[in-house]
Ligand binder design. Structure first.
Ligand code: GDP
Length: 197
């Protein structure tokens, strides 16, 4: 798929004010600092579309970006910021649960995982919460350029093993780098395939 247009549509603090669910949407989420904004900018080819390195733990926003006037990328607030308070974390969980349960046009969630880390409990837990809801998700490993391919392959394999303690099958995994564009075509082909179903 070629991205012809990528336009910021709206920022929301309230699920009730999200855009009408009249186009397919794909949500991106992960631990804060995992590289979500950078990935969204890389995929769309628009620098600064999603803001990078915003102070985490601030207002929780859901940002919609309209792509090719036909589908949405949704930038969900990240999780796992070490300094966020318990009440912030609870608020995040409620907000995300509400979004996941209500959003009828949500096709798939891209769960971002830092390819340099061992499997993190918080990521596995988030995957489980999607599994329990029956929401399809794809694992997107970020920052591939920061290490050699075999290290990334090892991290992906480890994550797969960790997930197999909870799932019978693991979802598709895509290795990406916002720095050199690795994985862009794979992500967009997947979206294309789902949109054409
Ligand atoms: P977010 O909090 O998940 O939106 O993460 P950001 O996109 O703001 O990225 C966090 C930090 O990681 C920033 O300093 C980025 O420049 C850096 N970063 C993100 N993706 C990559 C990547 O693919 N390669 C490299 N080398 N750095 C990255």
């Amino acid at each position: 798929m070629i991205i012809k247009s990528a336009v910021f549509t709206v920022s929301n603090t309230k699920i009730s004010k999200l855009p009408a669910p009249d186009m397919p949407e794909y949500a991106f989420i992960g631990r804060s600092n995992v590289g979500k904004s950078s990935l969204i900018n890389m995929i769309t080819g628009v620098k600064g579309l999603a803001k990078t390195s915003q102070k985490p733990g601030k207002t929780q926003l859901i940002n919609h970006f309209l792509i090719n006037e036909s589908w949405y990328i949704v930038d969900l607030p990240g999780y796992g910021y070490a300094k966020s308070s318990k009440s912030n974390r609870l608020e995040w969980a409620k907000f995300i649960r509400h979004y996941l349960d209500k959003r009828e046009n949500l096709q798939c969630v891209f769960v971002l995982i830092d390819s340099r880390l061992e499997p993190q409990k918080i990521d596995i837990e988030f995957c489980c919460s999607l599994g329990e809801r029956g929401i399809p998700f794809i694992l997107v490993f970020t920052k591939a350029d920061k290490q050699n391919r075999s290290k990334s392959a090892q991290a992906m394999e480890q994550f797969k093993k960790a997930l197999l303690a909870y799932f019978e099958e693991v979802p598709q995994m895509i290795l990406t780098s916002a720095e050199n564009g690795t994985g862009k075509d794979e992500v967009l082909t997947l979206v294309d395939d789902i949109n054409q179903r």
